[in-house]
Design a binder for this molecule. Structure first.
Ligand code: TEU
Ligand code: CA
Length: 620
């Protein structure tokens, strides 16, 4: 408690926790400087009404969890296939339906491998395809060694993997090891027999009265506990059918590691680890601080988002499963900031290779279900800071979309009047910045949010639960408006292969429509699809766009985003107008040749969302 704020801010964990709180409160980071020399105990006295001692104990515990600080200093970038590759996330349920039952499947994906190879995709990430009751569309796994029947058979999977590898592409699986379905054999045995060895594979906890054992809330509304008997409860951070695994249990850890090895023996190339930062929970599962709970929207999160043994577990998985197979691993880690991300992914730490940070997806003080206009100047600031701070021992993932978020382009341009140039601008930044591009199905055809008209169209368990919770404190119309702003279903409607149909000839499990289609985009040389295809190809041939140095210009100039990627032998500049207003060009381009633009004609000034890639002519 005697530590000064500036000392806490200098600690990677302290930095990220303070930064996260300021982000949520929409308070400028410069505030930290003013209070830097104050002691934590002084702050506690000033805020004892809001932050009780439990908050400070949590912060200090978090900071003492991992004493190492990330290795600084610059080393040359180590070349890796996953730093050069373009990844493409497929949500199998909505990608392509081969048998007309209205649900996407593995044979459907197989039929589109040539399309993906033609686009230039190097790695496919499949959202979960394991046997599941689909309470959370496969993120509730019932059997890790079986393929979900709606998606096909293990033979279909083996054939898909073979065909992916035949094309020189790779495939990574979505690994959900924070929880299993409540229909998993382990959980069924745990419920059936209190003395079963599987009882301790999960978090069962006594409660003295008929309330849950602590105040933790679920990400899918309500308490994070299922009552399993008069005095016993079981923990579920997500839906009531997704039961959290107890990673303290060595037997559980080794079963999970054996399962990972089983998939690696089949030849998969790596994994995206679902909410992997949640697997270690604070001892005793203590109550969450109320102020943090209100601020973050979920009670208890400080006790598991960066748990006491997270590094230990990740090192064990790496040593026993990933390293022997030289497999790739990216962690999905909601709430983890840049400094903690360094501790979890720096190459010398032998834990994860990369991670998905989410701090860029919403603006400060905004949450996914808030309706607001996203300002690309915030993304510019985020990208510049991350790129400068992240150095060469770590490697960023660059993404706008996934199956958990509304379409990024629709947050910026709600009327979709700029879709064509804006989608290309986003592609330009993603494919020329320093990091690995992760595309999500539909990015390449300018997929946008859906104008769902009622809850009947909504399928996502998170949205449905939240809607019922909201209806307790607002009208159905207001509740639906909030759901419409943030529902994950915007990203889960079918891939639009042809103008008249989507991904299925049958009655699709979810209905949606895109303004364009693969068919139309492939035919039009000037389409978003061809813009992606060209850039994916170009960056492979001109690797300054991957491994080159990076330099930012006009950092303080609003709406202008200009940066260079260069080596001793080639120099590229990317020039972007982040606004829908005409802007004066700030750079002198007469020594450059234009490689690619999202506008056909040349003009003196930059038009709405104009982006240009230039190559310096060296012989002058
Ligand atoms: O997502 C976890 C996650 O960060 C988001 O689900 C977010 O926490 C949630 O939408 C509340 O804001 C992973 C998967 O990507 C998601 O599809 C699953 O629902 C979730 O974990 C549970 O497996
Ligand atoms: Ca099907």
């Amino acid at each position: 408690m005697d530590s000064k704020i500036k000392e806490i801010y200098a600690h990677p964990v302290g930095h990220d926790v303070i930064k996260k709180l300021l982000l949520q409160l929409n308070i400028n980071e410069s505030y930290v400087k003013w209070i830097g020399s104050l002691k934590l105990s002084t702050i506690q006295n000033l805020t004892h009404k809001q932050f009780d001692p439990s908050f400070y104990n949590s912060l200090i515990t978090l900071m003492n969890t991992e004493r190492d600080v990330p290795v600084e200093g610059e080393t040359p970038i180590a070349k890796k296939w996953w730093k050069e590759a373009v990844f493409y996330q497929i949500y199998p349920k909505s990608f392509m339906d081969s048998n007309g039952d209205g649900i996407g499947d593995l044979q459907g994906i197989l039929s589109k491998l040539d399309y993906l190879q033609g686009l230039g995709v190097d790695v496919i990430w499949l959202s979960p395809i394991y046997d599941s009751p689909n309470d959370d569309n496969g993120y509730d796994i019932r059997d890790y060694h079986k393929i979900m029947k709606e998606f096909g058979t293990m033979e279909d999977f083996d054939n898909l993997l073979l065909e992916v590898h035949k094309r020189g592409m790779r495939l990574i699986m979505d690994l959900v090891i924070n929880h299993t379905s409540d229909e998993h054999e382990w959980y069924k045995q745990a419920l059936a027999d209190k003395t079963s060895k599987y009882r301790n594979y999960y978090h069962f906890k006594q409660s003295n009265d008929d309330n849950p054992p602590n105040n933790w809330t679920s990400f899918f509304s309500g308490s994070a506990w299922n009552q399993v008997s008069e005095k016993e409860w079981a923990l579920h951070l997500f839906s009531k059918k997704q039961m959290d695994l107890n990673w303290e249990n060595e037997a559980l850890r080794s079963e999970i590691i054996q399962m990972i090895q089983w998939w690696l023996d089949k030849g998969v190339d790596g994994f995206r680890m679902d909410v992997v930062n949640y697997i270690s929970k604070a001892k005793g599962l203590p109550d969450g601080n109320k102020v943090i709970g209100e601020l973050m929207g979920y009670y208890g999160i400080e006790h598991y988002f960066y748990g006491p043994k997270l590094h230990e577990y990740l090192r064990q998985i790496r040593a026993e499963a990933f390293a022997p197979y030289d497999a790739y691993a990216i962690g999905e880690m909601p709430g983890i900031g840049m400094e903690m991300g360094k501790l979890l992914t720096s190459q010398e730490r032998q834990e994860l290779d990369m991670f998905f940070s989410f701090d860029h997806l919403e603006m400060p003080g905004k949450a996914r279900f808030d309706e607001y206009i996203y300002d690309l100047n915030y993304y510019k600031k985020y990208l510049i800071e991350y790129t400068k701070q992240y150095g060469n021992q770590r490697w960023m993932s660059l993404f706008y979309n996934n199956h958990d978020n509304p379409r990024f382009i629709s947050k910026i341009d709600r009327t979709h009047q700029y879709t064509d140039v804006l989608a290309k601008l986003l592609a330009m930044i993603q494919l020329t910045s320093k990091g690995t591009p992760y595309m999500f199905q539909g990015d390449e055809i300018g997929a946008v949010n859906q104008d769902f008209t009622s809850m009947e169209a909504i399928r996502d368990v998170e949205s449905i639960n939240l809607y019922h919770e909201l209806c307790m404190c607002m009208s159905e119309e207001e509740a639906f408006t909030k759901i419409l702003a943030g529902t994950r279903d915007h990203a889960r409607v079918g891939m639009q292969w042809t103008s008249d149909g989507g991904f299925s000839q049958g009655q699709a499990w979810i209905t949606g429509k895109q303004p364009s289609s693969v068919e139309l985009q492939v035919q039009d040389e000037q389409s978003i699809y061809h813009f992606y295809k060209f850039l994916i190809q170009y960056r492979k041939l001109h690797q300054e766009l991957i491994y080159g140095d990076i330099k930012f210009y006009f950092e303080k100039t609003k709406d202008m985003f200009v940066y260079a990627r260069y080596s001793s032998s080639a120099f590229y500049v990317v020039e972007c107008n982040l606004s829908n207003k005409v802007k004066n060009r700030l750079m002198n381009i007469n020594k450059y040749e234009l490689v690619l633009s999202n506008y056909q004609e040349r003009e003196r000034r930059l038009r709405a969302y104009e982006c240009n890639l230039y190559r310096r002519i060296h012989n002058e």
